[in-house]
Ligand binder design. Structure first.
Ligand SMILES: NC(=O)c1ccc[n+]([C@@H]2O[C@H](COP(=O)([O-])OP(=O)(O)OC[C@H]3O[C@@H](n4cnc5c(N)ncnc54)[C@H](OP(=O)(O)O)[C@@H]3O)[C@@H](O)[C@H]2O)c1
Length: 321
């Protein structure tokens, strides 16, 4: 469970001194001394290794890893499906869950440690509702956020419902960006945090009948990649989930929306509980990307490296009329 990862090393007296100041090391306590190394802790519980010569600090290591036990984690769309599976697994591992959902009053899911679960209203459907959520809850100092809530659109583009498309982009992409933008400053200030964005294999594999959904999920992948670069050296990191087929209500909707235009009979799926275990393992190892294995992994590889071949193969399963 415990996975340590050295995240940053500031070498040189001046750089180390400046970093020590920004990490609030005046509040540290030294609890072990190993020759020229000291293991320190700052007020946020972050572990820092000080490398010193004489009285001079000549280097600082900052260790970064998300301790699931006791971490405050916001999961959006936590009332069902993948979000619920993740919330339950993280709760089982000792996290304090803020379960974001549109209607907390209707929430009655079972948790191992129910006292550590706080249903919170978080409707990703409008700018105003997200602002309200941030005003009310951002002070909770989340250690991680799982941007999971999502909607599905599909079918021939000219036949897709226009309001559905607007709503899906708002929830799947714009809302996710808004929430991330609102929660990041606190994480950066505290010097630690994890942003987990639930994209989809559709963020890389662009299939017929999935045009708008794939566009939004590709946006999630691009957004997360960009932000990850901006976060270098802050102690905050991202994880993009290229989620494969998971047996949820959304998965069942695929065949209805794609209708007889696209052959989805060979789509495979695993349970949300199974998937949650894989995601939590990625969080613990401070992974940057979750990519599925098996035949879906091969298809992803093909879509990335041989897009023309992938397109030709995908077209085989599509029939316009
Ligand atoms: N299942 C798959 O095969 C699959 C594959 C790739 C990626 N994903 C992604 O995984 C995520 C979860 O999907 P799922 O399979 O668990 O689907 P799901 O069972 O349909 O759950 C969707 C979740 O999103 C919430 N949601 C929808 N609109 C919302 C809004 N305006 N504000 C707040 N929450 C909202 C739903 O809440 P309500 O109950 O209030 O509607 C529900 O909790 C999505 O982002 C999806 O795109 C799923």
């Amino acid at each position: 469970m415990l996975c340590l990862r050295i995240y940053r090393y500031w070498r040189g007296t001046q750089a180390a001194r400046l970093k020590a100041r920004s990490l609030n090391l005046s509040t540290i306590r030294v609890y072990k001394s190993l020759g020229e190394f000291s293991i320190l802790e700052n007020s946020n519980g972050m572990t820092i290794y000080r490398y010193w010569r004489g009285t001079q600090t000549v280097g600082l290591y900052q260790e970064f890893y998300l301790k699931i036990q006791g971490a405050k984690i916001l999961v959006t769309g936590a009332n069902r499906g993948i979000g619920l599976g993740l919330a339950q697994e993280l709760n089982r591992r000792g996290a304090i869950i803020y379960a974001g959902m549109r209607d907390p009053s209707a929430f009655d899911a079972k948790f191992d440690k129910p006292d550590n679960v706080h249903p919170v209203p978080c409707d990703l459907g409008s700018k105003a509702s997200i602002e309200l959520f941030l005003n009310d809850w951002a002070d909770e100092k989340f250690d991680a956020v799982v941007n999971n809530a999502g909607q599905l659109t599909g079918g021939l583009i000219e036949e897709q419902d226009l309001d559905g498309i607007y709503s899906m982009f708002q929830v799947n992409l714009t809302g996710l960006i808004h929430l991330t933008r609102g929660l990041l400053p606190g994480m950066i200030k505290r010097g630690s945090g994890k942003i987990i964005n639930n994209a989809s294999v559709s963020g890389v594999m662009h299939l017929p009948c999935a045009s708008t959904y794939a566009a939004a999920k590709t946006g999630v992948v691009a957004f997360t990649n960009s932000v990850n670069l901006e976060l270098k050296g802050t102690g905050v990191s991202t994880l993009t989930l290229l989620t494969p087929g998971i047996k949820t209500r959304m998965f069942d909707e695929i065949s209805k929306l794609y209708g007889d235009k696209m052959d989805v009979s060979k789509l495979s799926s695993i349970s949300p509980e199974e998937y949650a275990k894989e995601v939590v393992s990625c969080i613990e190892r401070d992974k940057f990307f979750y990519t599925p294995g098996g035949s879906v992994g091969v298809a992803l590889w093909l879509a990335r490296h041989f897009p023309r071949t992938f397109q030709k193969l995908s077209a085989l399963g599509f029939k316009r009329s």
